[in-house]
Design a protein. Structure first.
Length: 157
C-alpha cells in the first residue's frame, strides 16, 4: 500500500518573521534591565526556560524573557543574542572548526544584546517603553525562513 503525501514541503512558502534588535547604551545585568522595563510599562517580564542551540561540539544556552501585554493582547519575548553558557559535548579534534564556546544567534549583529519577538505577525514594538539613556531605538529586522534563527524561533513559539 502506498502512502499518499498530503503536501510537499518544497511547495510550502514560509513567511518571514519581523523581529526587533535591541542594543543597550551601557552594560547592565539582565535583571536590572527588565526591572526598569517592567516598572515603565506595567509589564511583568520574567525569565523563561533558556533557548538551547545544539552545535557539533557545544550546547549553547540563550536566556529568554517573556511578558504578556494586556492592552494589545500580545506576547513579547526578549532573547539574548549572546549565549550565557555553553556545555561542551565532545572535544574538538579538527584544527579549523568554526565552533567556539560562545555563540551569537545573529553572527552579523554582535553588538545586539537582545532579539525582540512578538506573537503578532506584524508586531508593534512601540507599545513597549524603553528606559531613556539605556537603550538605543529598536531596529526592525526581517528574518527569512532560510536563516538558522528562524527555525529556532518557530520551535520555541
Amino acid at each position: 500500500m502506498e502512502i499518499q503525501k498530503l503536501y510537499d514541503l518544497d511547495d510550502i512558502e514560509f513567511e518571514d518573521i519581523a523581529i526587533g534588535l535591541v542594543r543597550l547604551a551601557k552594560d547592565i545585568p539582565a535583571h536590572e534591565f527588565f526591572y526598569k522595563i517592567n516598572r515603565l510599562n506595567n509589564l511583568s517580564f520574567s525569565r523563561k526556560k533558556d533557548m538551547v542551540f545544539h552545535g557539533d561540539y557545544y550546547d549553547y544556552f540563550f536566556p529568554r524573557f517573556e511578558a504578556y501585554h494586556k492592552f494589545s493582547k500580545t506576547c513579547f519575548t526578549f532573547i539574548s543574542n549572546k549565549s550565557s553558557e555553553s556545555k561542551q559535548k565532545k572535544v574538538q579534534t579538527e584544527l579549523f572548526t568554526e565552533e567556539e564556546n560562545i555563540k551569537f544567534l545573529l553572527n552579523n549583529q554582535v553588538d545586539v544584546e537582545y532579539i525582540l519577538h512578538s506573537s503578532e505577525q506584524f508586531p508593534d514594538f512601540s507599545v513597549i517603553l524603553l528606559p531613556e539613556n539605556l537603550v538605543f531605538p529598536i531596529q526592525d529586522y526581517t528574518l527569512s525562513s532560510e536563516e538558522e534563527l528562524y527555525q529556532i524561533i518557530q520551535y520555541y513559539e
